[in-house]
Write a protein that binds this ligand. Structure first.
Ligand code: CP
Ligand code: NVA
Length: 306
């Protein structure tokens, strides 16, 4: 059977994604009740290649493997032959001889696809310039935990049409909810990704109009990793796109606010938004651990019903 990878949310079927969300909730509840007693990955190894910085992703994957009885290896280009020009296909073949699963945070999504094509063990996208599907597993899990089924509900993306926005668009397709994308001109998500979502996703320009009656509001930094030199221009271009308590007041009374973090207070969010009870970002961050446990388990063992 062909090796399954998780490079975007489209690599799993809607049914498989729903399974993962429910499985993540089960795994979380078991951890809370019994501690890390479930250890299906004794002596299994996850290689983690990080070409960009990370707090949540590294800690959640490494802890997931520790809880599951396995081991995680942190690899950066600075300390490996990847940084000295060894072809990524060669690295993929070598690592597949030794480890059970690989996680990559990188710039080029095409490079990630090249790596996965050469890998006989599963490869997980832990963020590329184009997508951040692991974050969406945690985000949909959080939304589901707090509000039940997300099907038919309305989420709003405010800000840059970036990797997180692309994954929210894919999530709208796969989990069957409506998504309003609200961004300044020139910062739209990729047209092909938007078009593939059909009428589930609409593009708007006015944040107040976008959040009216919404079930969930989310945003991200204005300048992603690799765009640091555009910071000043983006701060000017995104003026008026800050998510504040007053903006959330225009949504449904039980609206939730998500942010993948790290957040820049005073830029894409108001100084105090994360203190508002509608912001559930700490639970969202913690759910990275549980969602990725479910993902690793699925990629290595298939569906598990205990
Ligand atoms: N949300 C997220 O991926 O955080 P890190 O960059 O800290 O991993
Ligand atoms: N869009 C952000 C997400 C960080 C988790 C970035 O790519 O830097």
């Amino acid at each position: 059977m062909a090796t399954r990878h998780f490079l975007t949310l489209l690599d799993l079927s809607p049914d498989e994604l729903h399974y993962l969300i429910q499985r993540a909730i089960t795994i979380k509840n078991r951890l809370r009740a019994q501690g890390p007693v479930y250890a299906p990955f004794t002596n299994r190894t996850l290689a983690m290649i990080f070409e960009k910085s990370s707090t949540r992703t590294r800690v959640s994957f490494e802890t997931a493997m520790a809880h599951f009885g396995g081991h995680a290896l942190f690899l950066s280009p600075r300390d490996t032959q990847l940084g000295r020009g060894e072809p990524i296909e060669d690295t993929a073949r070598v690592l597949a001889e030794m480890v059970d699963i690989v996680m990559i945070r990188t710039f080029s999504h095409a490079g990630l696809e090249t790596y996965a094509a050469a890998s006989s063990v599963p490869v997980i996208n832990a963020l590329s310039d184009d997508y951040h599907p692991c974050q969406l597993l945690a985000d949909v899990m959080t939304w589901t935990e707090l509000r039940g089924s997300v099907r038919g509900r309305t989420a709003v993306w405010i800000g840059d049409g970036n990797n997180m926005c692309h994954s929210w668009i894919n999530a709208a397709r796969q989990f069957d909810f409506q998504l309003r994308v609200c961004c300044p001109e020139g910062y739209e998500p990729r047209q092909d990704i938007l078009a593939a979502a059909g009428d589930r996703v609409t593009l708007l320009r006015d944040p107040a109009e976008a959040v009216a009656g919404a079930d969930l509001v989310t945003t991200d930094v204005w300048a992603s990793m690799g765009q640091e030199e555009e910071q000043a221009k983006r701060e000017a271009d995104f003026a008026g796109f800050q998510v504040s308590e007053a903006l959330l007041d225009l949504a449904k009374p039980d609206v939730l606010f998500l942010h993948c973090l790290p957040a820049h207070r005073g830029e894409e969010i108001s100084e105090t938004l994360l203190d508002d009870p509608r912001a559930v970002v700490w639970q969202e961050a913690g759910n990275r651990l549980h969602a990725q446990k479910a993902l690793i388990e699925f990629l290595l063992l298939g569906r598990v019903d205990h």
